[in-house]
Design a protein around this ligand. Structure first.
Ligand code: HAM
Length: 420
């Protein structure tokens, strides 16, 4: 084989590709109900955008970005996530000044050079929702209720919402210091990665799968400032009042520097190590730090690949068709490969499709017997047999593949019959 897909990327065929479309359709429908506008953002940006917003010492920026120089020597990066681009666009188009729009969503592929494993790819899809301008926990509630509805409509049931608060620029630095001092004392018991992380980003030790169980008794309690404490309290109350099941999990720290106050992850028990299927949080300082007017913001992103894997883990079968609009359809079987019969068949296929009826046929020049075998295996209800006689008489020989009825019909009768 001359070429293979690059490690960590994949070719997605039906029926799996139908699940992608299905989830995108559910998200688009809900986005309308929740009043989010779709935005299409560039696939690559100046690398500095991500360094500045995601954070210089994060794994994404240090190890996982696909960075390259263009022909003019500018340092560009394939987007590893959507929030930084969204905020860049929000500031660039002065949305905060015009107050034109404050709710956006995107469906886009992201790129991270992580070590590939089940549920972790180097190119993967996200559906992201971002709300600008609302400092209250109601923005979080709006987003989280949207996420629950999308999971429900798509058919993922066993999700668990874990929430935490990471504080803000007022209270986080002191806690960071306190945490670092506490962890320094048990440095030798930490894994090699966490020993390195300790000084640069001690919060990451909290969500390390190896170390978090060992450090439970060492980690000091985070005493947040009054503003952050009040925000968290009213968020938790509002979650309970809105019947949104949740668990407070102090180990959720997320791998981005832009978060302030609320962070959350939807976890799914059927997925092994990569169990976060949707995650996000509040980022009240990012608009300003990218040059905009200070604007609070909060958002989340679904990992599309993982959400589909979660549904499969729950035993939900994949669908043959991504849209509900498709009718059972017709398999065209050609009795001979003569030009006039082929032309009549193509014309018939076009007319049927104009009536919203799905048409399929064998692309190989197969025998009648082989075509009938394929028709029986396909998910079509009817087989339309086209030969010289049908072509001449402009009649249609139809066979019901699910029963034993067959007959010859005119055009109107044919459409009536197969549309039901
Ligand atoms: P994130 O947690 O890095 O957050 O990604 C969101 C979701 O994308 C994850 O929950 C996961 O399901 C999926 N995901 C992440 N990495 C991979 C991967 N390598 N392979 C497959 N799926 C993956 C963000 O990207 C933030 N921008 C979310 C956000 C939006 N925060 C505020 N607004």
């Amino acid at each position: 084989m001359a070429f293979q897909a690059v490690r960590g990327t994949r070719d997605i065929f039906a029926p799996l590709s139908n699940s992608f479309t299905q989830l995108e359709n559910v998200a688009r429908k809900k986005a309308e109900l929740w009043d989010f506008d779709e935005v299409r953002l560039p696939t690559f940006e100046e690398a500095g955008l991500f360094t500045r917003s995601v954070g210089e010492t994060t794994d994404i920026v240090e190890k996982e970005m696909y960075v390259f120089n263009d022909r003019k020597g500018r340092s560009l990066a394939l987007r590893p996530e959507g929030t930084a681009s969204m905020v860049r666009a929000y500031v660039e188009h002065s949305f905060s000044q015009k107050e034109k729009k404050s709710k956006f969503f995107y469906i886009a592929n992201m790129f991270r050079a992580e070590r590939p494993q089940a549920g972790r790819y180097r190119e993967f899809e996200q559906i992201g929702f971002e709300i600008f301008g609302d400092p209250t926990p109601y923005a979080e509630i709006d987003l989280l209720s949207l996420a629950f509805t999308i999971f429900k409509d798509f058919g993922v049931e066993k999700t668990e919402l874990h929430v935490n608060s990471l504080g803000c620029a007022v209270c986080r630095p002191a806690y960071r210091q306190e945490l670092m001092v506490a962890l320094q004392k048990i440095k030798d018991t930490l894994c090699a990665d966490c020993q390195k992380r300790l000084e640069r980003n001690p919060f990451r030790v909290l969500d390390c799968k190896n170390c978090s169980p060992k450090i439970k008794d060492t980690v000091p309690v985070f005493k947040k400032c009054a503003d952050c404490a009040a925000h968290e309290k009213s968020l938790l109350n509002a979650l309970t009042a809105s019947n949104i099941p949740h668990t407070v999990n102090r180990n959720i720290v997320r791998g981005f520097d832009y978060y302030t106050k609320t962070v959350f992850e939807f976890l799914h028990s059927g997925l092994g190590a990569q169990s976060a299927i949707c995650s996000g949080g509040r980022y009240d300082n990012l608009v300003e730090s990218l040059g905009g007017t200070a604007t609070p913001a909060v958002g989340l992103a679904f990992g599309v690949d993982r959400t589909i894997e979660a549904r499969l883990a729950e035993g939900v079968a994949q669908v043959k068709s991504a849209s509900d609009a498709r009718k059972p359809g017709v398999f065209l079987a050609l009795q001979s490969q003569e030009d006039s019969i082929g032309a009549f068949a193509m014309q018939t296929a076009t007319r049927l499709r104009q009536q919203n009826i799905a048409v399929t046929y064998s692309v190989l020049q197969d025998s009648m017997k082989s075509q009938m075998r394929q028709a029986n295996k396909s998910n079509t209800k009817y087989c339309l047999i086209i030969g010289a006689e049908e072509c001449q008489k402009q009649k249609f020989k139809l066979k019901d593949l699910t029963g034993d009825w067959e007959g010859e019909l005119g055009w109107e009768e044919l459409v009536q019959k197969v549309k039901i």
